[in-house]
Design a protein around this ligand. Structure first.
Ligand SMILES: [Zn+2]
Length: 242
């Protein structure tokens, strides 16, 4: 490979950095976006679980009522049976005792009836909660589905753009392999920013630490790649015609 001047190398790295900077940002998008969808999905799933819980609660209330209704039927049967028995009783004492038993059963019966009424109210309240939760869940599902569609489309666009940029990046073949390797390492470890300009006020465009005049002069000499003492990123001076 013919010798390429430091200035030309820098120029190529700056162009490459533009592409890699965009690739880095786009990859961040690819990482972040699905998380939003995931969060919405979790909310939707939690809502569904809550709905299921309420439905189970309703079943229990209904089951308990059925038991009470059977209990009520048993008391009624008993009362009917005792009433029939009343006709066959010979003594007053037995008669009074039976009537008392019947009264007792009637009292039990009305207690059970009350409980059944309460259980209807309870079921109604749970049912109202279920209807409310159903609305919430269906809204959450819609939100999740819409966002998923939106994000899926976005991801496709971003992936296509990354592919395009990676195609462009593949054409940078005439950079010194050692410099390229160094650049790639920095790119990986320094948040996608390997080469930065010296910013206004003589500070590093990456970490904002002060860059000395001596360093700036070294950069301008274009004899070797100069890095920021603090963050190790490769430095360049913007008005040097890159
Ligand atoms: Zn720096």
């Amino acid at each position: 490979m013919p010798e390429i001047s430091v200035k030309d190398q820098l120029k190529k790295l700056i162009d490459l950095q533009k592409i890699d900077g965009e690739i880095y940002e786009l990859k961040q998008v690819l990482e972040e976006k699905p998380k939003i969808v995931e969060e919405l999905k979790n909310e939707f799933e939690a809502g569904k679980a809550q709905l299921h819980e309420l439905e189970e609660k309703l079943k229990l209330v209904q089951l308990a009522r059925k038991e009470k209704e059977l209990d009520l039927q048993a008391k009624e049967d008993q009362i009917t049976k005792y009433n029939t028995q009343l006709n066959e009783i010979k003594t007053n004492k037995e008669y009074t005792a039976k009537v008392k038993e019947i009264e007792g059963l009637k009292a039990d019966k009305s207690l059970i009836e009350e409980k059944i009424l309460v259980s209807y109210d309870e079921a109604e309240a749970v049912n109202a909660e279920i209807e409310k939760e159903k609305t919430v869940v269906s809204e959450e599902e819609k939100k999740f589905q819409n966002k998923k569609q939106e994000v899926d489309a976005e991801v496709k666009t971003v992936e296509a753009r990354i592919k395009e940029l990676e195609g462009q990046r593949a054409s940078f073949t005439d950079i010194d392999p050692n410099i390229k390797a160094r650049y790639e390492r920095l790119l990986q470890h320094k948040n996608g920013l390997a080469i930065v300009p010296v910013a206004a006020g003589n500070s590093c465009g990456g970490c904002h630490m002060n860059v000395t005049h001596q360093t700036i002069n070294q950069i301008k000499m274009n004899e070797e790649l100069i890095v920021c003492e603090m963050c190790q990123r490769i430095l360049y001076v913007e008005d040097e015609g890159y």
